[in-house]
Ligand binder design. Structure first.
Ligand SMILES: *[C@@H]1O[C@H](CO)[C@@H](O)[C@H](O)[C@H]1NC(C)=O
Ligand SMILES: *[C@@H]1O[C@H](CO)[C@@H](O)[C@H](O)[C@H]1NC(C)=O
Ligand SMILES: [Ca+2]
Length: 217
C-alpha cells in the first residue's frame, strides 16, 4: 500500500510536465512576414519541392549576421528539398506556401533552430532566436515527386519492380554518358531496394517511395 501513492504522484508530475511542454511549444512559433509578393504568385512551394533561394541569417539578440548564402558557392542561390530536414526545421516551416519572387522575413525560435546547444561553428549561442531574410527564386518538382514515380512506373501499377528501377537506372546512366563498371548498376539497385522496400516484398510501393505524405498517388 505504501507504493501506490508515490507512483500516482509521479504520474501526475509527468502529466503536468507534458502539459507544460506542450504549452511551451505552442507559444514558440515561426513568425512569417511577407516583404514582397509578386503579382503572379504561383506555384506555391510544398513539401518535397526543390527550391532555389538566397537567405541571410541574423541573431535576434543583437542583429549580427551569421549566415549569408550569397557568400557561398560563387554567389549562386542554394538548392534544397523543402520539408525534409535539409535546412533547419524553422526554415522548412517558414518556406512553405511561398512562390517564386516572394520575399519573407521570418523569426525562428530556438526550438525550431539550434536549440539549447546552439551551434558554435557558426557562432550561434544556446537558445538563440534567429531571423532570416529569404528571397525565393524557383519552385521545382522535387526528386521524389509524383511525376518522378509515374515516370519509373512504366506499367502504371503503382509499384516499382526491380525491372522498372533497373530500366530507369540504365536510362539515367545513358543520359549522362559516364563510363561505369556494370557492377555499379547492380549495387545501386540493391541499395535502392534495401533502403526503400521496407516490407521486403520485392516492390517499392508508392507509399514506400513517397516520403511526402500529401503527394497523393
Ligand atoms: C552578437 O552576439 C553574438 C553571440 O552572443 C556574438 O558572438 C557577437 O559578437 C555579437 N555581435 C555584436 C555585433 O554585438
Ligand atoms: C536554454 O533554455 C533552457 C530551457 O529554457 C534552459 O534550461 C537553459 O539553461 C538555457 N541555456 C542557456 C545556456 O541559457
Ligand atoms: Ca510498376
Amino acid at each position: 500500500m505504501g507504493r501506490g501513492l508515490p507512483l500516482l504522484l509521479l504520474l501526475l508530475a509527468l502529466l503536468v510536465a507534458q502539459a507544460q511542454a506542450e504549452g511551451g511549444a505552442a507559444a514558440e512559433e515561426v513568425k512569417i512576414e511577407v516583404l514582397h509578393l509578386p503579382e503572379v504568385c504561383s506555384p506555391k512551394s510544398k513539401k518535397g519541392d526543390l527550391l532555389n533561394a538566397h537567405y541571410d541569417g541574423f541573431l535576434a539578440s543583437n542583429g549580427s549576421k551569421f549566415y549569408c548564402s550569397r557568400m557561398q558557392n560563387e554567389g549562386h542561390p542554394k538548392w534544397f528539398v523543402l520539408g525534409v530536414g535539409q535546412v533547419i526545421k524553422g526554415l522548412d516551416i517558414a518556406m512553405m506556401n511561398m512562390c517564386p519572387g516572394e520575399k519573407r522575413k521570418v523569426i525562428i525560435p530556438p526550438s525550431f533552430a539550434y536549440g539549447q546547444q546552439g551551434y558554435a561553428q557558426i557562432k550561434i549561442p544556446p537558445n538563440a532566436t534567429l531571423i532570416f531574410e529569404i528571397e525565393l527564386y524557383a519552385v521545382n518538382k522535387g526528386p521524389r515527386s509524383v511525376e518522378a514515380f509515374n515516370q519509373i512506373d512504366k506499367d502504371g501499377d503503382k509499384k516499382l519492380s526491380e525491372l522498372e528501377i533497373s530500366q530507369y537506372l540504365k536510362e539515367e546512366f545513358a543520359r549522362d554518358g559516364k563510363k561505369r563498371h556494370p557492377s555499379v548498376h547492380d549495387e545501386i539497385l540493391a541499395d535502392i531496394f534495401k533502403k526503400n522496400d521496407h516490407d521486403g516484398d520485392g516492390f517499392i510501393s508508392a507509399k514506400e517511395y513517397n516520403v511526402y505524405q500529401h503527394d497523393e498517388l
